[in-house]
Design a protein around this ligand. Sequence first.
Ligand SMILES: [Zn+2]
Ligand SMILES: [Zn+2]
Length: 329
Amino acid sequence: MKAYIYNNKYVLDSADIEKPELTGLGAIVRIIGCGLCGSDIVKLKHNKATEGNVLGHEIVGVIEEINTNTGFKVGNRIVSGHHVPCYKCAYCRNQSYSMCSEFKSSNIIPGGFCEYIYLSEKHLEDSALIIPKNLSDLLASFTEPVACCLRAVRRSCIKEGDSALIIGLGSIGLLMGQVLKSFGASVTGCDLLDERVNLALGLGFDEAYMEIPNDLAESFDKVFLVSGNEKTIPLSLKYVRDGGTINVFASVESDSIGFPNNEIYYRDLTVFGSYSPASLDLRNALTLLKKGLIKVDELVTEYPLDNINQAIEDTVSNKIIKAYIKIGS
Ligand SMILES: [Zn+2]
Ligand SMILES: [Zn+2]
């Protein structure tokens, strides 16, 4: 089958690899499409993937073969998370599922940017979901990224009427804002690119700026740092109110700014990270998408699998916001 694989370069190579086989429990899924995630790009940029790997995890597909006790059937159109936690270890007992060693070592096989994957029985039990009929493939591919946002928002303990600031209006920032609106928060966004500021306003953000006005300093209950640029760390501290919360939701190239100990201590701030969703968040994300509460039309550009390197280039150069790789039907 056709796949695009990582070979220690900044581009993916086209390859003919073996189609996964069903030898025990689980399913073979024909991939319809897969979103290109910021984390795929970070892996490429910083050589964090293993040679020969197939990247991609925001999959939409159809079950083609199955041997399961779960009730899924051949022909079901599904989305699935890529990792499954054990639900037994200390991390899992404290809801830090993404830190569980079983979570980290489980995966869809071989990855999303190819024609077929193997989904284990555990994936079917825990994180595969049937896509409602009225939801398009493309919209359904946003289940995992929306679930990532939902987990961050849920863990921020947001309440109706809270004010939230999102720093960085890439695809995650624009999704996070819409998720926050669904919780009844008032949402402000900021980004250096004016077209993204306008897009945010069009998607229902209450305010959006290229430069946040100074008089809003220390006024936000929650700040979501999703820019991936360490220069925005001081901004998050400037605009969060005393006693407020900062969510760190992006990796940065270097940690040279360091940990602002005294500011966090004297201002009674809560700072937390949020990494990868739990199955509860996947389920709730699909519900939000089904209800039409998340708009993606203006965020996403579709590319055929053979143009995946163009999709990567266009994402990195900020020409587009989010790429959806169309693979089959
Ligand atoms: Zn993702
Ligand atoms: Zn565990």
